[in-house]
Write a protein that binds this ligand. Structure first.
Ligand SMILES: *Cc1c(COP(=O)(O)O)cnc(C)c1O
Length: 423
């Protein structure tokens, strides 16, 4: 029963989020499972871009204070719209910068080596950009990354254990930066527990939410996390290079940001044009220069859809989709030496499934040739992200059956087993 296409169709009929699907553009009738790399464009996001362009057209300089979405307050407004996604107070969130620049800002602000506490703790599985940023921040302070960046190892190369991370929280650690959800295996780290353990040892801790925001709920304030940062072009569907976001716990308000600029100012003081910064008394202080208004505009529509759908409902459907996908892989593809490398339990599984196969690169090429868009990760990983707002159970069913045909007919052998420039 579960294996039939009719069953998938029935799940779609019961899906309370199904009406969002028609709001998205899916290129050329493809089945798009790459929303954790670049989310799809929605009609609403497109409309808000037009609105912001019209404000520019009609108001020019006065668009900063007039028009539909006065630009001077847009970062704060979008921050407020993001609070339910991260579980924070409105003043604790700001839309600004990018993942990597926000990490630079937050490290410059929260990494204060002192006495024996001089090292930064990260992990071996994080996205390269985060590690590059941490290494360069260490160099800025005159430390050698070889001795001062400690990376928690992974026993299976896909996941991390809380116990291991905690064991690395030694007296020498000043700051911890970890992902909320690992970009490759989709593992959710226990942010609440890790924060508690870090604080017991007097260590500040921040999380990269690139793969968790929009996929799983968070309670950053309640967990007492010190800071977090994320991009908005993956699960949040903000578009290529859309402006990122950050969270700073209110207990840290009122400090001067590590990297200051005039948009770090309190709004009332900013146009006094004095040479002594009065930082905003909220997360807005971690902005630097003029906001990238045109790259924020799509978020007005994209975040509105998350407000309407509710992150709890999105998470519920996402878990159902990935569970269904794993079940079908196990029942239909058992003969083809795929292994599922993401955690299988609900409380540890993020928004995507990681399939491993030695021929992964060319299997992905064959899938693409058959209208399925997966995501290849070097050297042997296929990430499949069925996204709650726009993917269907029937698409999951179709994907598994197309993949089964590719394996049966060995049609992947028509392609070279290597990655493209962007993979
Ligand atoms: C996507 C991603 C990034 C990308 O950083 P940008 O500054 O947005 O280019 C960084 N870190 C992680 C964990 C990511 O998943």
């Amino acid at each position: 029963m579960m294996r039939t296409r009719q069953y998938a169709q029935q799940l779609d009929q019961e899906d309370t989020l199904q009406h969002f699907r028609t709001e998205f553009y899916t290129p050329n009738n493809t089945i798009y499972f790459d929303g954790n790399s670049l989310g799809l464009l929605s009609k609403r996001a497109e409309q808000f871009v037009t609105e912001v362009m019209n404000d520019w057209k009609n108001h020019a300089i006065d668009g900063w204070t007039l028009g539909h979405h006065p630009w001077f307050y847009l970062a704060e407004k979008l921050g407020k719209m993001s609070t339910n996604l991260v579980g924070a107070k409105p003043e604790e969130v700001i839309i600004t910068g990018s993942t990597t620049t926000n990490l630079h800002q937050l490290t410059a602000s929260f990494y204060h080596p002192k006495g024996a506490k001089t090292k930064i703790l990260a992990d071996v599985l994080n996205f390269p950009s985060d590690i590059y940023a941490l290494k360069s921040q260490l160099a800025q302070k005159g430390y050698d990354a070889h001795t001062h960046l400690i990376q928690v190892p992974s026993a299976d190369e896909n996941t991390l254990k809380s116990e291991d991370i905690i064991a690395y929280m030694t007296e020498e650690i000043a700051l911890i930066v970890l992902p909320g959800v690992l970009y490759r295996s989709g593992q959710i780290l226990d942010m609440q527990r890790l924060t508690k353990e870090a604080h017991k040892r007097g260590i500040l801790i921040g999380f990269d939410l690139c793969h968790s925001i929009g996929a799983i709920p968070h309670s950053l304030s309640e967990w007492d996390v010190d800071f977090a940062f994320w991009c908005t072009y993956k699960h949040l569907n903000g578009g290529p290079g859309s402006v990122g976001g950050l969270y700073v716990n209110q207990k840290h308000f009122g400090k001067t940001p590590g990297l200051a600029g005039w948009f770090s100012s309190s709004k009332e003081k900013q146009f006094d044009m004095g040479h002594n910064l009065t930082p905003a008394n909220h997360a807005g202080a971690y902005q630097i220069g003029t906001p990238h208004v045109l790259s924020m505009a799509p978020l007005l529509g994209a975040l509105q859809m998350f407000e309407e759908a509710g992150i709890e409902n999105i998470r519920k459907k996402s878990l159902q989709l990935t569970a269904y996908l794993m079940d079908l892989i196990e029942s239909e593809l058992a003969a083809y030496s795929f292994s599922i490398a993401n955690p299988k339990q609900d409380d540890e599984r993020g928004g995507h499934v990681l399939l491993l196969h030695p021929e992964a690169a060319r299997i992905c090429r064959a899938l693409k040739a058959n209208g399925i868009i997966p995501d290849f990760r070097n050297p042997n990983g296929i990430r499949i992200a069925p996204v709650a707002l726009y993917n269907t159970f029937e698409e999951v069913w179709q994907m598994v059956h197309i993949l089964k045909t590719i394996m049966e007919k060995e049609s992947y052998k028509n392609y070279e087993n290597k990655r493209g420039v962007i993979a």
